[in-house]
Design a binder for this molecule. Structure first.
Ligand code: ATR
Length: 270
């Protein structure tokens, strides 16, 4: 019988993860099935237990359960502890539940694939929620000259920047006080979902800057449109989605699928 995996979310019908993992399984010859499961908002733990009892070996976890999964795991990877979130669960042979996160490394692999300015770069991240917390450790490990967080609620950005200050030069505040230029600007707010754009200064980008939106869609997000109009190179979060999936697949199956063909196929299907 095939090994069972799934993605838990609420809602989860829009998730591309089943298609991505089916493509990885076909590519690598791994015998797995991967489905999408809508867990009840108030009982993530029950949903996981039911899945594990039915033979589930591991899972991805998406909105709004990444913190629930973090609390549920018996053992956390170092990167999950720092992110305070889990997007990858693995049932160990010892019966314990291992929690990991592949989001941060997924972003970094996609940034590298796009030759983004990182080492020695002035990096700005918009937002200060869970999605942003999840990327800060690997971003700082890439050795930027500085990392600035800007958020609608300035205090959250300041607190998050202080939390990661041991890993590099970090600053945090509101949008009003933002002063560029930056070589890399990553939108980690959920503003794009609502078609909103944070209030950003026109001189945000340095020459050769890259604007990255962690969201993706068939059309460019408002942030990417705004950025392109100000001369930045633009990349959306589709590659991050595929890279984080590949990292989860590796955690489960110890096989590293090729991501480029899956990303291209997914782009065509949007
Ligand atoms: P996620 O898990 O996606 O990070 P979250 O923790 O709720 O979700 O964080 C959402 C982020 O998007 C926050 O930084 C939020 O700003 P606030 O902290 O001020 O709430 C930001 N955000 C959401 N909608 C926004 C909007 N319309 N304009 C600007 N920022 C927005």
């Amino acid at each position: 019988m095939s090994d069972r995996y799934c993605v838990f979310g609420h809602p989860v019908g829009h998730s591309r993860s089943p298609q991505i993992h089916a493509a990885f399984a076909e590519q690598t010859g791994e015998d797995i099935v991967y489905e999408a499961i809508e867990a009840p908002r108030d009982d993530f733990a029950g949903a996981w237990r039911a899945f594990a009892e039915a033979g589930g070996r591991g899972a991805n976890v998406t909105v709004p359960f990444k913190e629930d999964a973090f609390r549920l795991a018996d053992v956390l990877s170092q990167r999950a502890r720092r992110a305070e979130a889990v997007n990858t669960l693995v049932l160990g042979k010892d019966g314990r539940l291992y929690g990991d996160t592949s989001d941060g490394v997924g972003l970094l692999r996609d940034l590298e694939a796009h030759a983004a300015p990182l080492e020695g770069a002035r990096v700005l991240v918009l937002g200060a929620g869970g999605a942003v917390r999840g990327i800060l450790e690997p971003l700082l490990a890439a050795g930027p000259a500085s990392l600035t967080l800007a958020n609608r609620t300035a205090g959250k950005a300041a607190a998050l920047a202080a939390d990661f200050g041991d890993l590099g030069e970090t600053h945090g505040g509101g949008f009003e006080t933002l002063a560029g230029p930056f070589d890399l600007v990553i939108n980690g707010t959920s503003a794009s979902l609502a078609g909103d754009l944070p209030p950003l200064p026109d001189d945000l980008f340095a020459a050769g800057a890259l604007a990255y939106d962690m969201m993706y869609g068939a059309e460019p997000t408002v942030f990417l449109e705004w950025s392109a109009a100000r001369g930045a190179r633009t990349v959306d979060g589709l590659g991050m989605l595929v890279e984080q999936a590949a990292e989860s697949f590796f955690v489960w199956r110890h096989r590293r699928p090729e991501t480029a063909p899956v990303r291209e196929w997914l782009r065509r299907s949007l």
